[in-house]
Design a protein around this ligand. Sequence first.
Ligand SMILES: [Fe+2]
Ligand SMILES: [Fe+2]
Length: 282
Amino acid sequence: MPAHLRITLLVDHQSTHSDLETEHGLSFLLEVNNQVLLFDAGASEAAFHNAERLGTPWRRISRIILSHGHRDHTGGLGAFLRALPEAHVYLHPRAMTPKFSVQPGKPPRTLSMPQEIHALLQARMDQLHWSTAPMRLGKGIGLTGPIPRRHPEEAVSGPFFLDSEGHTPDPLEDDQALWVATNQGLVVILGCAHSGLANTLSHIQSLTKTKSILVVVGGFHLSSASDARIQATLAALRKTDVQRVVPVHCTGHAGTSAFQEAYGDLGQALQVGEWLEFNAVH
Ligand SMILES: [Fe+2]
Ligand SMILES: [Fe+2]
């Protein structure tokens, strides 16, 4: 099992360092023993600039994982791809399809991966890995692949469509999460959790045959959620016996407050430039 894991928040909407960029986008740098991975790339080149400013070992990134195709997770990929010609990229094929936000009374908005990123990915086809099934990225580290939707109360929420007219809802089957095993339990890293938290955690527990979840970090997609949905997410966390939550990105104000209230010190958000560190107990 990996003995050391460090997760650095490269970009998100809040930072206490004025010299780091912030945006509505998400990106983490993961150091797992001697592997360096990028999990999402944010909306712009902010994640890349922050990775450099923070002195992270970004030059050693060998694998890039895309949690899904939305551009707040893929728009910043260009700088990394150009600087890392050897890196392999792990994504679901549906991450590359057109995606839109369509809301009544508002013009449709594209959420698709930018064309430039699309072209850069197509230029390295032999380094793309389509995560249409769960896969391992090393000992004690894995990707969920598509997440079965077993909890109907966790239907994809939000104005997500595959067309700009809003005819075909986007099931976001490209959504995936990453897990890393430590001796204290699993560390789960989410992009936006579009598949739902209970669905994601139960899938990871069955994939890894591990019950104990040490921490869930990432976007919980609760920014426009009802109180009932927030309570359902909290219930799912308790039911799966999650010890700590680190809400960022699309968790939203109400969701983040609910986690902080429920988990106290073990429910605090992370700021851009901060990191989490886990040492396995041998
Ligand atoms: Fe998303
Ligand atoms: Fe997002």
